[in-house]
Design a protein around this ligand. Structure first.
Ligand SMILES: [Zn+2]
Length: 178
């Protein structure tokens, strides 16, 4: 009898694991997970007091953070947080496995960064503040949304989600060092 109960429990456990994996296929992570990763992107952003754009890349199979980056455009105009983070990933792991990766960033990717992420073939992009939220802090923005870039790139399907911890990052952008 005990054996039977144990087997039934095992079957239930296996079913719930496969269900959550299936769910992850659609949603990638839960809201709590998104917030957890975004907090680490915010910590990264705080390293640049004037342009607090921070990013992390997560491997969705392991849940591990595999790369980090913060805006370094004072050194080189192309070094937005997302690009620094992508470069950090490639340095460590090579230019591969992008379909297993999701990038978290404190600000909606500009058209340059969103295009670079799409060229890489990344699986997902999650951002906090929108282009409007960033503009409110006095940082100039090209008014092409990340969604517009995604929808203009039919050759790849990118999971795109905005607004994670947006209230916090909007305040961070507004209070940036000017
Ligand atoms: Zn950018």
């Amino acid at each position: 009898m005990l054996k039977l109960i144990f087997s039934l429990l095992c079957i239930t456990a296996i079913q719930s694991i496969s269900f959550s994996q299936e769910n992850n296929e659609l949603k990638i992570f839960t809201q709590i997970k998104h917030e957890e990763y975004m907090r680490i992107a915010i910590d990264e952003a705080k390293k640049n007091e004037s342009y607090p754009f921070g990013a992390v890349i997560v491997n969705i199979e392991t849940g591990m953070i595999v790369a980090k980056g913060v805006n370094q455009s004072s050194k080189n105009p192309t070094l937005h947080g997302e690009i620094v983070c992508m470069n950090n990933y490639v340095e460590k792991y090579g230019n591969k496995n992008w379909r297993k990766l999701v990038l978290y960033t404190t600000g909606e990717p500009c058209s340059m960064c969103m295009s670079a992420l799409i060229w890489a073939g990344i699986r997902g992009v999650v951002y906090a503040s929108s282009i409007n939220g960033i503009e409110a802090s006095g940082i100039k923005q090209i008014s092409i949304s990340a969604r517009q870039v995604k929808e203009s790139s039919k050759f790849v399907d990118v999971f795109l989600l905005g607004g994670i911890l947006q209230k916090e990052t909007d305040v961070m952008f507004l209070n940036r060092k000017k």
